[in-house]
Design a protein around this ligand. Sequence first.
Ligand code: SAH
Length: 208
Amino acid sequence: MVGRLGSAGVICDAKVRRAMLAVERHLFLPDSMREVAYIDRPLDIGHGQTISAPHMVAIMASMLDLSPGMRVLEVGGGSGYHAAVMAELVRPGGKVFSIERIEGLARTAKANLARSGHDDVVQVLIGDGSKGLPEEAPFDRISVAAAAPDVPEPLIEQLADGGMLLIPVGGALSQELMMIRKVGGKIIKKKVCGVMFVPLVGEHGHNV
Ligand code: SAH
């Protein structure tokens, strides 16, 4: 699968290619879905949610330019797969805090990350990630895997200077992936491309 994504030009970055090869996606899915684990598609993980498509994980990880030692906040942990790929890139010395609002998914993500050997880098938390995680801020990078109506203010506040935040913004039918950078205290927002994510539900997200 990683080879096919490479040939299609989705993975140009050698360190992201290594990270994608190091994480076994089938470990983040129920055993019954092992057959389809290496198809480049989002897949159902229960509770009406999906594991992100591998090409989207690769694109977001490349854009965030992750490197060893970074502190990363992930909002929308889902299965834990995307967090594991980021963990490969911030090792050694880095940390990924992954917030998931659905308790059942957070518990499964924790077990998946232990099976795949990424629980030393990724800490899974249950809660509303639209408010960020003020007690662990600031973050060098913030990666949001669910679409918000607007960029949540707390996430901008919790970004370190020089940091980057990647977030899908929009409603059920049309969303744009946005890149937000904080440079010398100034906020620079840029549209990246059209995307399709499940909604970010919470105080600074969509209503339940
Ligand atoms: N990156 C994940 C997939 C995420 S799907 C993976 O690789 O498996 C998006 C996830 O965001 C869903 O699990 C959903 O429950 C979660 N979510 C939605 N709103 C949230 C919020 N306010 N805080 C935390 N998680 C949220």
